[in-house]
Design a binder for this molecule. Sequence first.
Ligand code: PRP
Ligand code: URA
Length: 209
Amino acid sequence: MGKVHVFDHPLIQHKVALMRKTDTVTKEFRELATEVAMLMGFEATRNLELEEVEIETPLCKTKVNMLKGEDIAIVPILRAGLGFVDGMLALVPNAKVGHIGLYRDPETHEPVEYYCKLPVDIEKRKIFVVDPMLATGGSAVAAIDFIKQRGGKDIVFMCLIAAPEGIEVLQNAHPDVDIYIAAKDERLNEHAYIIPGLGDAGDRLYGTK
Ligand code: PRP
Ligand code: URA
């Protein structure tokens, strides 16, 4: 079963609390999303492999640890996942970015695919699937299904807020995927929104409501 990592770092907790507030405006919400993505990404990349290489400082030759050139892909689930991309790219600027377009049908809450474009060598990459919200889990499961169908193997999922229902669905569907979350909330309401949550993440990021 994939591990669930819940971040208890005070900076992450504080910033997520600000994002939840109704009076946090779009500009501020977007900035906070980038900052939280960086803070979470810092920890989620902890297991990247290092290799010892010889370099020259101005004084002498020495051996240092550097990233093993592990190839990374960041895959936001559109649209709200885009809010995590800049923060992750600040940490791993050479990462490739794939996009998966999914929206939840307002009646059934089932994910509907409208776009999928991944790096051609996705099977070789460590893949960070990013989306602020894990509610029913339908979107995350569908996105990871697409990635696996195209050869992706080494996948982690990162989100801000998760409902217990979504975590369970994702773990059952993809037990090989570790899940990184900033907050585990109480439940879903009758419209499959996370309670207390932060509302509709896409609308809050892009000011569309
Ligand atoms: C939101 C969110 C997730 C999904 C989570 O996207 O960004 O992708 O809902 O819900 P689930 O776990 O029940 O599938 P939404 O469908 O609102 O689309 P948007 O990002 O384009 O606003
Ligand atoms: N999608 C969101 O943006 N928010 C929720 O609470 C649930 C799904």
